[in-house]
Design a protein around this ligand. Structure first.
Ligand code: SF4
Ligand code: FES
Length: 251
């Protein structure tokens, strides 16, 4: 009696290829100006730009400096300009880039450049702190109970809870490039998150902060921020809602 043996399906071979990355390097101890340096790296289509940076750092030049932590789009530490667009390196797949040309990688704009792909994030976080991004309530919850909120009230600010503080929005904003004093979209998004929270009692404080000359009125509705946000937050809409709340006092 013969027994049929099922043939194992042939394994699909995924081809690697060499991709040229142009990385804008800057060493404050050696360079007067940033300079572009090219690296040829073997990549697979499902690799990410972050993988390319790791290969460069680990195999070619250990002095390359960049920030990253989670490598999965959660910590917000690896926002950078990739082919002129602000993106997270850990969420940008090689197969989604045109690799017939070099891939250009540089630090986000509008914040002081420290080294290679690292900028000083302090001005960004100073604006974030200024809008008091934490819950402030004048009353205590019922003993042993949570602060109750309806599904509709929670939905009011759901979109703006998604922010991971990557700065891709603020550093893509032409107003922020020309005026580093502007609070910027990320700070307004994080103010929105609490202004429209029915459990919070200090919305007016944040609205007063954002009614400043460097506040919401500097926004020129260019939508760069919304296009740059890796979390898909409707930033320009959130800014418009905050503007409306400043004018009407209605949340
Ligand atoms: S709003 Fe989006 S782009 Fe801006 S800091 Fe938050 S996650 Fe990043
Ligand atoms: S490394 Fe954390 S978001 Fe990319």
């Amino acid at each position: 009696m013969s027994t049929a043996v099922a043939e194992a399906p042939a394994e699909e071979v995924i081809q690697s290829y060499v991709v040229t990355f142009m990385v804008r390097r800057f060493d404050p101890e050696k360079d007067a100006e940033p300079r572009w340096v090219d690296y040829d790296v073997e990549m697979y289509p499902t690799d990410r730009v972050l993988d390319a940076l790791h290969k460069i750092k680990w195999d070619i030049d250990g002095s390359l400096s960049f920030r990253r932590s989670c490598a999965h789009g959660i910590c917000g530490s690896d926002a950078m300009r990739i082919n002129g667009r602000n993106r997270l390196a850990c969420k940008t797949l090689i197969k989604d880039l045109d690799i017939s040309q070099p891939v250009y990688v540089e630090a986000i704009k509008g914040l002081p450049l420290e080294k290679d792909l690292i900028v000083d994030m302090e001005p960004f976080f100073a604006s974030f702190r200024a809008v008091q991004p934490f819950l402030q309530s004048h009353s205590a919850p019922e003993k042993g109970k949570e602060r109750v909120q309806s599904i509709e009230d929670r939905a009011r600010f759901d979109d703006t809870t998604k922010c991971i503080l990557c700065a891709a929005c603020t550093s893509s904003c032409p107003v922020f490039w020309t005026d580093g004093q502007y609070f910027g979209p990320a700070a307004i998004v994080n103010a929105h998150r609490f202004i429209f929270d029915s459990r919070d009692d200090e919305a007016q404080v944040r609205l007063d902060v954002l009614n400043d000359k460097e506040g919401v009125w500097r926004c020129r509705t260019t939508f760069n921020c919304t296009e740059a946000c890796p979390r898909g937050i409707e930033i320009t809409k959130a800014i418009a809602e905050v503007k409306q709340a400043v004018l009407t006092g209605v949340r």
